[in-house]
Ligand binder design. Structure first.
Ligand code: PEP
Ligand code: MN
Length: 275
């Protein structure tokens, strides 16, 4: 098994431009659920960069439960995302659902996200295993650790060793939260695998005021990073309005995150301005 961690020092570090993900690095990813307009993504990019995020997220192709809901702005949204990231010295990540769209991602997007619903889309994984671009694989909402790691194995087996795991909550009997954040997944996956583990407290809870406490807990538990949904007017988000936090609240989250990181002898990755 290629995903398996073989020794204490066996930890994948993914280098993209001037950033490293994995190992001792603590990476902060933030941005809207969906890219809604060019202005929106630029405004968010500036806000989250100022607060200390180093990777901008934003959905252009959205996996929506209802076919009547907003499906994303598609191709042009990826261009907006790339421009907003570049202007603020950020990397960016966006979800790919259809392999036919891959070309659109190659220029503007640094990390390809595979969503929870596609974790076991094996033909998609096989095709992404042939590319030289990092992939962040989100845990299927009913996937065991073993199933999650085997899905990642498809990427590694085909030759793509730049893989990031993302815990985003699983479906349990508890209806209060959107999902149940499986905190134990962090140390377990890090013990079983050398791949970095990012936690998404937004989809894991689905509730705005639970995002900061869960993000802090994930950092304390040793996550290699967090990914948070941020929107200038959270209640007005076209998608996932209940879980988005404002830019101001994200900045407050970051202040607390620095303290928690310090308490567990970790440090949040900063922008490295190229000389
Ligand atoms: C997302 O991050 O935009 C998303 C749709 O998440 P998930 O696949 O975890 O539901
Ligand atoms: Mn979302």
């Amino acid at each position: 098994m290629l995903v398996k961690r073989r020794s204490q020092n066996d930890r994948t570090i993914i280098n993209i431009d001037h950033q490293s993900i994995g190992g001792d690095n603590l990476t902060i990813i933030a941005g809207p659920c969906s890219i809604e307009s060019e202005d929106q993504i630029h405004h968010i990019a500036q806000g989250v960069a100022q607060a200390g995020a180093t990777i901008l997220r934003g959905g252009a192709f959205k996996p929506r439960t209802s076919p009547y809901d907003f499906q994303g702005l598609g191709k042009k949204a990826l261009q907006f995302l790339g421009n907003a990231a570049r202007a603020n010295n950020l990397l960016c990540i966006s979800e790919l659902m259809d392999i036919d769209d891959l070309d659109l991602f190659l220029d503007d997007v640094h990390i390809i996200q595979i969503g929870s619903r596609n974790m076991q889309n094996f033909s998609l994984l096989k095709q992404l295993s042939k590319i030289k671009k990092p992939v962040m694989l989100k845990r299927g909402y009913a996937a065991t650790y073993q199933e999650f790691l085997m899905a990642a194995e498809y990427l590694l087996q085909g030759g793509n060793d730049q893989v990031i795991l993302c815990e985003r909550g699983i479906r349990t009997f508890e209806p209060h939260t959107r999902n149940t954040l499986d905190m134990a997944a962090i140390p377990v996956l890090q013990e079983l695998s050398h791949l970095p583990v990012i936690v998404d407290p937004s989809h894991a809870t689905g509730i705005r005021h639970l995002v900061t406490p869960m993000a802090l807990a994930a950092i304390a538990a040793g996550a290699n990073g967090i990914m948070v949904e941020v929107h200038p007017q959270p209640e007005q988000s076209i998608s996932d309005a209940n879980q988005a936090i404002s830019i101001e609240d994200f900045a407050k989250l970051m202040q607390k995150a620095r303290k928690v990181a310090c308490a567990v002898e970790r440090e949040i990755a900063q922008h490295e301005i190229p000389c």
